[in-house]
Design a protein around this ligand. Structure first.
Ligand SMILES: Cc1cc2nc3c(=O)[nH]c(=O)nc-3n(C[C@H](O)[C@H](O)[C@H](O)COP(=O)(O)OP(=O)(O)OC[C@H]3O[C@@H](n4cnc5c(N)ncnc54)[C@H](O)[C@@H]3O)c2cc1C
Length: 564
């Protein structure tokens, strides 16, 4: 027998079969604080969902991405062209099950849950499978637009198809990106032509995730409509016609991607596809942007979820792996790395929640709109950047094994990248941030007011942490004043301002949570908030003092309470 085949050492286990909701006490505390009705109403569902995701979805994600990714069937058995996406049975079953468990449907019906519930479920899903979270997001986005903007008959006919919870739900897609670019949607080339009471769409959509979706929203320009954004309409395109036959569209190619290998992202050809108008010009782009904004909030939750998984895998490895007889999690450098992952993860999740709250805030006045768009842009940008960094860190912490496909860290790393790219990369978020914060909308005032309010109301014991954040607040304030006076500097300064603004808001939210926990006698979050704030302090230097968090490591990292 080959002696190398004996296994004197057990490698640390990756996370499998963990309930990804009930083990996240930080998430539950935030839910209880921000949406007090939600846990009593849906706590049991969420717990069951977390167990299912940690087990069945996790197993499916690994299998699909490594062994059975989507493939394209170009022709049927008779040789006729079909352009049909084939998904493996496990992926299809998990996808249908997600809707049966209400990931979209619970936000509709006679006693609808807040959309926050869908976002939270999305965040849980992304801990195991971004490739499944994506179509759920798209389905929710189509439902959101139909519910808010579609004419009554269109809403009545199609919305229930997306929100049903009997396992038969249709799934959604949003088709904006074309060959000329995803950012420049105003230059859409797809043409819409009237056909009786409906429309026919002709064009090529260059990135269509959840390819083969039952219902997609597509931007198109009616023939003769003006160039640019004002000439765009938004249309509902079903994959099957009302009589059950295939619509005139097909997937001509699946993208061969870096990550989200379980997700079918295709190029979809619209060949006179039958469509229904959801929003005519000049409102079409606005309708698509509504879908995009909904997706950005989901993306923030997904990124925070992926970040959590990176932390969990790092913990699992370091809690079992010994080097020179010492458990890695006992070493000071590893403790620092794990504490940083925990602090940034909780800051990410807090920012995602802030965006969700702003997103669902009632009213359309400029203050509400300015804050909503500011918060969503900051959350989309920052959570994605942190998730990407966290996934890379997890690979490094798990080491060589973490770089192999046998560990989930490799998939996390590849999948994390997309959270920054889709729904608009960082520069696009920075431009959106500018529009919301220093254009006609007063997002700057909302931002400054929100952060200053938290810092000013922090209890005495947290004022040293608040003091570290004040210079960043003042620097953001000065940048806003400058940009209001010289808006032409916007594109040059947008990224320079967006990053500290996002980090500052995240730090302030940590402080707000810390203040609430301190009232309940728990200083865990205060310690983490202090650690996080230190990274924003330009004058911080190298802290030579012993970090109290190291002594409390097990409670902090295990999300236990630390007595005040
Ligand atoms: C896996 C995957 C799935 C996708 N699924 C879908 C889908 O289902 N539906 C869909 O419609 N799209 C989808 N997309 C497309 C995605 O939304 C776009 O890739 C994204 O919006 C960026 O567009 P682009 O790739 O054309 O880049 P471009 O528009 O060419 O932009 C390139 C770069 O320029 C930056 N930029 C843009 N404007 C400016 C400016 N004024 N100043 C400075 N920098 C700027 C951008 O931030 C980006 O970094 C998907 C993409 C991926 C990777």
């Amino acid at each position: 027998m080959d002696r190398t085949e004996t296994r004197p050492i057990e490698l640390p286990p990756a996370i499998r079969g963990l309930n990804l909701f009930t083990t996240d006490r930080d998430l539950q505390r935030r839910l209880a604080r921000r949406s007090p009705d939600l846990l009593p109403r849906f706590g049991e569902r969420l717990a069951a969902f977390g167990a299912w995701v940690g087990d069945a979805v996790e197993a499916q994600a690994d299998y699909t991405s490594r062994h059975a990714p989507p493939r394209l069937e170009t022709h049927d058995g008779q040789g006729a062209p079909v352009g049909r996406v084939v998904l493996n049975a496990e992926y299809r079953a998990c996808h249908a099950e997600a809707y049966r468990r209400g990931v979209v449907g619970l936000a509709y019906g006679p006693e609808p849950a807040p959309h926050l519930l869908s976002f939270v479920m999305g965040g849980v899903l992304s801990q195991a499978d971004v490739s499944l979270h994506c179509p759920v997001t798209l389905t929710g986005a189509v439902a959101w637009v139909l519910d808010r903007l579609a004419p009554d008959p269109v809403r009545a006919r199609w919305l229930p198809q997306l929100t049903r919870m009997d396992g038969q739900a249709l799934t959604g897609g949003t088709w904006a990106t074309e060959l000329h670019g995803g950012t420049d949607v105003a230059a859409t080339t797809t043409v819409a032509e009237p056909d009786g009471g409906a429309w026919r769409l002709t064009g090529l959509k260059w990135f269509t995730s959840n390819a083969g979706a039952g219902i997609a929203l597509a931007t198109a320009r009616p023939r003769g409509a003006p160039d640019g954004a004002r000439g765009l309409g938004c249309y509902l395109v079903p994959s099957a016609l009302p009589d059950g036959t295939q619509n005139r569209l097909h997937v001509r190619r699946l993208k061969d991607k870096v990550g989200t290998c379980g997700l079918a992202t295709g190029e979809t050809v619209l060949d006179g596809a039958w469509a229904v108008e959801v929003a005519p010009p000049p409102h079409g782009l606005k309708a698509m942007l509504e879908a995009l904004e909904y997706s950005r909030v989901h993306n923030a939750f997904g990124a925070a979820g992926l970040h959590r998984r990176a932390l969990l895998e790092s913990l699992a490895w370091t809690s079992h792996r010994r080097v020179g007889g010492t458990l890695l999690r006992e070493t000071p450098m590893m403790r620092d790395a794990l504490l940083d992952l925990a602090a940034t993860q909780e800051a990410s999740a807090a920012l995602a929640f802030e965006a969700a709250e702003a997103f669902e805030a009632p009213g359309e006045d400029p203050v509400v709109e300015g804050w909503r768009r500011t918060a969503v842009a900051l959350a989309k940008y920052w959570t994605a950047a942190e998730a990407t960094a966290a996934a890379a860190q997890a690979v490094e912490i798990v080491g060589g094994n973490g770089y192999t496909e046998e560990w989930p860290t490799a998939r996390l790393y590849r999948d994390a990248l997309v959270t920054a790219v889709w729904e608009g990369p960082a520069n696009v978020q920075a431009l959106e941030f500018l529009r919301a914060a220093i254009g006609r909308l007063p997002g700057d005032q909302a931002f400054l007011g929100r952060v200053a309010g938290i810092l000013d109301s922090a209890p005495e014991s947290l004022q040293p942490v608040a003091a570290r954040l004040r210079p960043v607040l003042e620097s953001c304030r000065a940048a806003f004043v400058h940009l209001r006076a010289r808006p032409e500097d916007g594109p040059r300064l947008a990224r320079k301002l967006m990053h500290p603004a996002a980090e500052l808001l995240a730090a302030a939210l940590m402080l707000e949570e810390a203040a609430a926990d301190l009232t309940a006698g728990d200083r865990r979050k205060a310690l983490l908030a202090g650690r996080f704030a230190a990274r924003l302090d330009p004058e911080g230097g190298i802290d030579l003092a012993e970090d109290p968090l190291h002594a409390l490591f097990d409670d902090v990292i295990g999300q236990g309470a630390c007595p005040a």
